[in-house]
Design a protein around this ligand. Structure first.
Ligand code: NAP
Length: 282
């Protein structure tokens, strides 16, 4: 079997183009330009690359981007204060705190300093709870983008066995919640899971969110499975052995060009949503 590719590039482009039209209308009709503030602590090269990509795409979508760069020695209190200042700034509609922050910082405290109305990356406990309860709010961007990708490729979720490998607060956990909300039967696997192979062998849909290059092999997969590789490791390598998955699965996301562009597209879309909500009291 040779799987079909589930590319995110074209779909993400369409989403960004729609954002650009909405952002243009907000500016022309109301004089408001959606603004996304990005906070980057330290100079981790991968984070610098992600932030640069997000700022470039923002510019293409007509979204103002403001960068707050803080040194690696920044304390939790200093970071929380910087994020609160953005939460209080009426000129900022969305806030992105680039993950991960240096290990000495309490990342959760910093995320929680983001006002829920500006949590366009969907990282606060408020956003998670809203998503889990099916209430209005901002989705966690990567899981939100993955659902959009699955929908665009006509993947039926209801009643299917979905296995999410990884349970991080920004990726694995919210991913499972969104799949559950779509009536999939969801299993979370993680570093303490016993017999990961048996879970993968039964999975109709696999989401890999581990952060280990080619951790999931083609022979681990159920024939005909749908495979979403959210991993991104140095050298453009995902968490799934791409060639092996293409042999065995029905649909596979490429790395790069799969989940990554969707994450940014959802971030920009939610920034425009945030600006509209303020302007129109939604
Ligand atoms: P993370 O916080 O390090 O979480 C990794 C998860 O993998 C943890 O839940 C961990 O389990 C689990 N894990 C580790 N070893 C395992 C094993 N042997 N078997 C099963 N599970 C195992 O990472 P993350 O932030 O979620 O990111 C995961 C990957 O996604 C990374 O490659 C990252 O670069 C990528 N990512 C991509 C995007 C995008 O836009 N494309 C966005 C975010 C992240 P425990 O909880 O038990 O430790």
């Amino acid at each position: 079997m040779s799987a079909q590719l589930m590319s995110g590039t074209a779909l993400a482009r369409q989403i960004v183009e729609r954002c650009a039209l909405r952002a243009q209308a907000l500016f022309e009709e109301h004089g408001v330009r959606p603004a996304l503030a990005t906070v980057l602590v330290g100079d981790d090269p991968a984070s610098v690359t992600y932030v640069t990509m997000k700022r470039n795409r923002s510019a293409k979508a007509g979204i103002d981007s403001r960068l707050v760069r803080l040194p690696a020695e920044t304390t939790t209190a200093e970071l929380v204060a910087a994020v609160r200042a953005l939460s209080d700034d009426p000129g900022v509609h969305g806030i992105l705190l680039q993950h991960p922050v240096p290990a000495h910082i309490d990342e959760r405290a910093a995320f929680e300093a983001i006002a829920p109305a500006k949590d366009v990356d969907g990282v606060t406990m408020h956003s998670f709870a809203a998503m889990a309860f099916g209430e209005p709010g901002f989705a966690s961007c990567t899981p939100g983008g993955i659902i959009r990708l699955l929908d665009a490729h006509g993947v039926e979720l209801s009643g299917r066995q979905a296995v999410v490998v990884g349970r991080s607060p920004i990726l694995g956990k919210p991913m499972g919640m969104l799949l559950l909300a779509r009536d999939a039967t969801v299993t979370y696997c993680h570093s303490r899971t016993v017999d990961l192979a048996s879970h993968l062998a039964a999975a109709d849909i696999v989401v890999a969110a581990v952060g280990r290059p080619e951790f999931i092999k083609g022979h681990d997969l159920k024939p005909g499975a749908v495979v979403v590789d959210a991993g991104y490791n140095p050298g453009n390598v995902g968490d799934v052995d791409f060639a092996g998955a293409m042999e065995r699965a029905a649909l596979v996301t490429p790395v790069p060009g799969g989940v990554g562009p969707m994450t940014i597209a959802v971030l920009l879309e939610q920034t425009v949503d945030a600006a509209e909500r303020v302007l129109f009291n939604l």
